[in-house]
Design a protein around this ligand. Structure first.
Ligand SMILES: Nc1ncnc2c1ncn2[C@@H]1O[C@H](COP(=O)(O)OP(=O)(O)O)[C@@H](O)[C@H]1O
Ligand SMILES: [Mg+2]
Length: 299
């Protein structure tokens, strides 16, 4: 039961939104789908969900081809759209019953009870969906997506607009969901994805620019080492540039260098300080920002 996306493309009029993208998701995986706004994440998820036709390429779930006019593959997919359009006038149970009919579920009452418990919606049953907070509406959207126990759950920006507590809840929930299903969820925030995923797909301008384990994405060369000296090091610029390190910035007392795999950059800098009789006041590693990682990936 895997998702296989093979060379899919999508154009809106003349604009290419998704260009020749291929990747796979396998059972037990939580995969983060990362990229700035406009990268093509939502378009890709819509094609996987089978609500938007790809111009080219092929998507299969459990060896069944996905298509707008094909019902079979949709049984395997649960999808939370970015907009999360809900029937605001319905109560949670009413809405879930409606969806259970759409899916022709057999064990409807039991399954609805299970989903309401899983998403901790029990206390909200007296309210109409439109009266719920954004966080609870998001949960209703997720409840709707997982009701038919899909093998693949697609969540499009499930954490956007949530407060920090709601955020933690949704993260926990994603982890819980991954016990029974493959999860692919999108975000434009790196930290969001690193918190719950084992693997990350990065999209940029319609292309897939990375598909790797999270440790790989955050590998040392994407991190920066900040060294604050007690002395002004401006006059030592040329000697610093002779060291076998990649210098990002020299600014009075501050030196910023890239950390590198298989090379102890810290040791090199400390030896340099020793040789020059400099005193290090502070030294710390900062993870590269999402923007920096994107830059790195797209070059
Ligand atoms: N319905 C549409 N009609 C025309 N252009 C669209 C439509 N939906 C998205 N786009 C464009 O396609 C590109 C990818 O959008 P989208 O898939 O929504 O990206 P993301 O979800 O990563 O922000 C963007 O440039 C966006 O403006
Ligand atoms: Mg989007």
């Amino acid at each position: 039961m895997s998702l296989i996306v093979s060379k899919i493309q999508k154009k809106y009029n003349q604009q290419i939104a998704v260009e020749d993208i291929s990747f796979e998701v396998h059972p037990g995986e939580v995969v983060g789908f990362l990229g700035p706004n406009g990268a093509g994440k939502s378009t890709t998820l819509k094609m996987i969900a089978g609500i938007l036709a790809a111009d080219a390429g092929k998507i299969t779930i459990n060896n069944v081809e996905v298509g707008v006019d094909k019902v079979d593959a949709k049984k395997f997919v649960g999808y939370l759209p970015e907009s999360n359009a809900l029937y605001k006038d319905l109560y949670i149970k009413e809405y879930l019953h409606f969806l259970a009919n759409v899916h022709a579920l057999k064990n409807t009452p039991a399954r609805i009870k299970e989903v309401i418990e899983l998403l901790q919606l029990g206390a909200m049953q007296q309210k109409k969906i439109g009266e719920l907070s954004k966080g609870f509406q998001q949960r209703v959207g997720i409840a709707a997506a997982i009701l038919h126990q899909p093998a693949l759950i697609l969540l499009d920006e499930p954490t956007s607009g949530l407060d920090p507590n709601q955020l933690i809840d949704i993260r926990k929930l994603i982890q819980q969901l991954s016990q029974d299903s493959m999860v692919l969820f999108s975000s434009h925030i790196l930290q969001e994805v690193t918190a719950v995923c084992q693997r990350v797909l990065v999209m940029h301008e319609g292309k897939l620019v990375a598909n790797e384990p999270i440790e790989q994405l955050l590998k040392p060369q994407t991190n920066h080492l900040y060294i604050q000296f007690e002395e002004d090091i401006t006059h030592l610029q040329s000697s610093i540039h002779q060291l076998s390190i990649e210098v990002i910035r020299i600014d009075k007392h501050l030196l910023v260098v890239k950390t590198a795999e298989g090379k102890d950059v810290k040791k090199i800098v400390m030896q340099f300080a020793l040789d020059m009789g400099l005193n290090i006041e502070r030294l710390h590693i900062e993870q590269a920002s999402l923007e920096e990682i994107f830059k790195l990936l797209t070059h």
